[in-house]
Design a protein around this ligand. Structure first.
Ligand code: TMP
Length: 223
């Protein structure tokens, strides 16, 4: 049950939980959408969510958190708490019920984004993980697809966008730390996290993501 310590891991629920992660400009949102379409065609019931977002609270927090920094400051722990609040609501209101109903949930970012983005502001990983446990937002994805892209390439893609949000506007040194954080996630959680090279055509990336998802979904369905 949400809010009671959250010891329940996603793999104890009937559904299948996929998180899609990567630096800004890595193509996550496109890939999450494509993967959802393909898995729906395979016959799965698929629910796509975005973090921060999806719930009423999450969308409001998203607007606040991404507003280009102007006349207000956000300290690292405050930022951590706001992303956590959105994730607690998202988990309780949408992700956990969908997994309980047996759906495949594809989350455009989840807990690893806090580890790497707030970790890049020197917030310790252990503290972030513990806070998520306390708040019941510690669902462990069955599969985390990390779309890996060099920051110079990611920045090149972002330059085409009309305006940069608060996080996108951070200097390259910050985004390099974020990318290094993702490489550390892949090293630290090899049972669920897979690096997928995003420096290729969207179709090629989508093929790899689908193959990885199918390979892990099929043995579970066969049981
Ligand atoms: P995006 O969903 O369009 O990628 O934008 C979300 C931004 O928020 C992105 O720059 C990553 C950042 N973020 C964090 O800093 N911490 C988090 O926990 C999450 C989910 C996102």
């Amino acid at each position: 049950m949400a809010g009671t310590g959250g010891a329940l891991a996603a793999d104890a629920l009937p559904g299948f939980f996929i998180s899609v992660e990567g630096v800004d400009g890595s193509g996550k949102t496109t890939q999450a959408g494509q993967l959802a379409e393909s898995l729906s065609r395979d016959g799965h019931q698929v629910q796509v969510v975005r973090d921060p977002g999806t719930t009423a609270l999450g969308e409001r927090l998203r607007a606040l958190l991404l507003e280009p920094a102007a006349d207000w400051a956000l300290e690292g722990w405050a930022e951590t708490a706001l992303f956590l609040a959105g994730r607690v609501q998202l988990t309780a209101e949408v992700v956990r019920p969908a997994l309980e109903s047996g759906a495949v949930v594809i989350s455009d970012r989840y807990i690893d984004s806090s580890l790497v983005y707030q970790g890049a502001r020197s917030i310790p990983w252990e503290a972030i993980l513990e806070l998520h446990r306390i708040c019941g937002a510690d669902l462990r994805p069955d599969l985390t697809l990390i779309l890996d892209l060099e920051i110079s390439a990611a920045r090149g893609r972002r330059e085409g966008r009309p305006s940069l949000d608060r996080l996108e506007s951070e200097p390259n040194t910050y985004h390099e730390k974020v990318r290094a954080g993702y490489l550390e996630v892949a090293r630290r959680f090899p049972e669920r996290a897979v690096l997928v090279s995003a420096d290729r055509s969207p179709d090629a990336v989508a093929r790899d993501c689908l193959e990885l998802a199918r390979a892990r979904l099929q043995p579970r369905r066969a049981v």
